[in-house]
Design a protein around this ligand. Sequence first.
Ligand code: PMP
Length: 358
Amino acid sequence: MTNTPVRLRADVLAVPAYRQGATPTKPGYKLSSNENPFPPLPAVLAAIQDRGDINRYAAAAMPDLRAAIAAEFNVGSDHVHIGAGSAALLYQLVQAAAGPGDGVMFAWPSFEAYPSLGLASGAENIAVPLNDQAEHDLDAMAAAVTERTRVILLCSPNNPTGPTIRRDAFDRFMQRVPADTLVILDEAYREFVTDAEAVFGEQVLSLHPNLVVLRTFSKAYGLAGLRLGYAIGDPAILAAAASVAVPLSVTGLAESAALAALTPESQKEQRDRIAVLTERRDALAAGLRELGLDVPVAQGNFVWIPQSVSVDAVALAAAFAEEGTLVRPFPGAGVRISVGEAESLPVVLEVVRGYLAS
Ligand code: PMP
């Protein structure tokens, strides 16, 4: 890095930028960013092409899209706030609730962008280790809450490890969290959850005025490149989030694509695709366990191989890269592998088998 005479914030310099999953340099599979391997639905592509008016800013209110989402959650449209990906909404919500001297709590390892959220607000990050099942340790998190804790991030299913938060554990946790602390339930992978005992935002939203649920069109809907996410919760919280939003960042192309993705026909096609992906996920997890690996419960569109005596995260990721397949290493913690194309499955198992034998 070159030196600059400009005085930058020391706390910002101390934290690396969000690390995006790499792009393959040779033909192979990209299993490093939890993307959807299916191409966009024809109806979605047609909606983007028809939109046309990219010489204009999109009207930020997006009433049709908010109404469609609100209907699914059985709330009014004022309970829905749209952003350029759920990542943008995370920044807005944390900035709206936490500032210098405050605490932002999350489990760790979890979504790699979380530590940047406290940083951007000037607040302190409080990272609470996962338990030995690679789940949120909600008892430890509740015990760590202080007067200064202004935001708690819960990720279910947890990226990168896979388990959900159970409904009963969530209920107990919420009883211990002060009513003036913002709790964000990040459900980026909610559509892939097959465990009926998981907490689901739509079931608990009305019980907790301090809860905001986050969802995205990036994963199950396969619109990662268009950047569209949404928050559902108390209108006053969402209005505060909107006050710190980067203006004009949600595009009309994303709005039209999302509306096309929410028609009943599109929803049906997406449900079929999700069923394929969850089956593939379960097969991948089972295959890796058969190889002797301690793969935790996998409820997203990815599986997690923890670091162990037989697995070094960086070395295993390097073995994948040699075969042209990209996965995501978390040095010292484990490797996350996204569920990709059907043909990627035997490749993944073969690379892991070869690595373990070497
Ligand atoms: N939350 C979690 C848990 C994620 O894994 C991701 C993406 N990897 C996001 C939020 C952000 O997704 P997007 O901004 O594309 O909606």
